[in-house]
Design a protein around this ligand. Structure first.
Ligand SMILES: Cc1ncc(COP(=O)(O)O)c(C=O)c1O
Length: 466
């Protein structure tokens, strides 16, 4: 789908009254949810006593209550109530080979048996996995392993400031780069600025600002206003993994502006690496960042998997060891680069290569996205879908695209978010699970037949809409 069509369709959804479930259908969905997931409910009640809110994961469905998993395999998630969900959540992106992919599990278990968990010295998998990653990301002359995407994004800002000697960092409205103090700014819905920044002192944002997505002229002005910009950071597909799609050619224009102004471009590849393209957003869209940030998928979801890569001269600012010169970006992490994670990273990348996972997961994603559009058309709904290779977006309430400066649209955040929760529950009712009812990640275990069954279920959901 062309970019202009995507934007036109999103505008149509946010400027029209929202489509909702027929009240009796929503009641039925909630009643069945309560009945079919009684053990999950009991688990939630117990968890609430010890865990704040009873749930720890932002991606978990919370309406009417979160589900507890028992077993995961291929593209399935089995809950404690023995409900088998077809999984398009894929833990928010990292699972592209399928859950508990046996050849990968075996390699990781072998390493655990031999090396345990962590040891604080080096291990051959550290450089082997870095070499493996670099093969697909030639812009990364040097790589350092870290423990989470949040941490890697946070370090990227520090490196950019040390290297350039400048302070200002520009992000884009709605783009997500983890939850470090400086980057919890203008999240999810562009223009919301400090809305989610409770507990973070205002002056943390003295040198952080956001530019509206896809607005190259505004970015140009910001470079003039701020003068000394250390870096611009972006999500390659656009805000929220492409929920607000990126304009063709935009990332390249950002690169050019950065380099005209001696600032670094940071490409946040946490979702894009191996899922959008083997070479991530930078290969897919054709631009060359100075720093690249990797997370979760880089170790296929094994814990503590993240990395930062970039030009040698820039990455040398994070050389480890006590001491070092004044041009040093301090960085630590006891568990970073542990043998387990590096083994997972090395083999995950190898298996993604060998199975052609990026292309295969992308092919079924396209089938899912095209099929959804046919279903929506059949039901006369304004909803629509598009995919960036193995990431599928479904716009129903289009909450992320609300214009918060528009007095008609701004008050709709709550009801449009609520509708997403209802849609999430309706998907569970059909034994499907996705990210917040709006994003579907595919993996190589999703076959054409599974996709076609999913489409029948989405058809069922659409017949419940008013
Ligand atoms: C683009 C992007 N950057 C950074 C992060 C943060 O990564 P982590 O959850 O590993 O801290 C995420 C997580 O979803 C992400 O999608």
């Amino acid at each position: 789908m062309e970019y202009e069509d995507q934007i036109r369709k999103i505008d149509n959804i946010v400027s029209s009254p929202m489509k909702e479930f027929k009240p009796e259908e929503l009641r039925g969905i909630v009643e069945r949810y309560e009945k079919n997931h009684s053990k999950s409910k009991a688990a939630f009640e117990r968890a609430k006593k010890i865990i704040p809110g009873g749930v720890e994961h932002n991606l978990a469905f919370n309406f009417p209550f979160p589900l507890e998993s028992k077993k995961l395999y291929d593209c399935y998630m089995e809950t404690v109530d023995d409900v088998v969900l077809t999984d398009y959540l894929c833990c928010g992106g990292p699972i592209i080979l399928g859950h508990n992919y046996k050849p990968l599990t075996e390699k990781v278990v072998e390493t655990i048996q031999e090396a345990g968990s962590c040891h604080g010295i080096t291990h051959e998998m550290e450089y082997k996995s870095a070499e493996q990653l670099q093969k697909h990301f030639p812009s990364c002359e040097k790589i350092r392993w870290l423990q989470s995407g949040t941490e890697a994004d946070m370090l990227a800002l520090r490196i950019a400031r040390v290297y350039t000697g400048n302070k200002h960092v520009i992000k884009f409205g709605g783009h997500y780069h983890g939850w470090s103090d400086q980057l919890v700014y203008d999240l999810h819905i562009p223009g919301t600025k400090r809305m989610e920044s409770h507990g973070i002192p205002k002056n943390i944002y003295k040198y952080i600002d956001s530019c509206p997505p896809n607005d190259i002229e505004r970015l140009r002005e910001m470079f003039k206003e701020k003068r000394r910009v250390a870096a611009v950071i972006l999500e390659p597909m656009g805000a929220e993994s492409g929920a607000i799609p990126v304009k063709p050619g935009f990332n390249k224009q950002v690169e050019e502006l950065c380099h005209e102004n001696d600032a670094l471009l940071i490409s946040d590849e946490v979702v894009c690496a191996f899922r959008l393209d083997m070479g991530g957003g930078q290969a897919y869209f054709g631009y060359e960042p100075d720093l690249s940030v990797f997370g979760k998928i880089v170790g296929h979801g094994y814990p503590s998997a993240a990395a930062i890569g970039g030009k040698e001269e820039i990455l040398n600012t994070v050389a480890a060891g006590v001491g070092g010169g004044s041009k040093r970006a301090y960085c630590g992490g006891t568990l970073a680069a542990n043998p387990l994670t590096c083994t997972a990273a090395y083999w995950a990348i190898k298996f993604v290569e060998e199975t052609n996972a990026t292309e295969r997961a992308g092919k079924v994603a396209t089938r899912l996205s095209n099929g959804m559009n046919e279903v929506f058309e059949k039901h006369g709904l304004p909803w629509f879908s598009y995919n960036y290779n193995a990431t599928v977006h479904l716009h129903s309430s289009a909450v992320f695209a609300l214009d918060i400066t528009d007095p008609e649209q701004a008050p709709q955040i709550k009801e449009r978010k609520e509708f997403m929760e209802h849609l999430g529950a309706a998907l569970i009712d059909q034994e499907l699970i996705s990210v917040a009812g709006s994003r579907f990640y595919t993996n190589i275990q999703h076959t054409d037949e599974i996709i076609d069954k999913t489409l029948e279920k989405i058809d069922n959901i659409c017949s419940k809409i008013e």
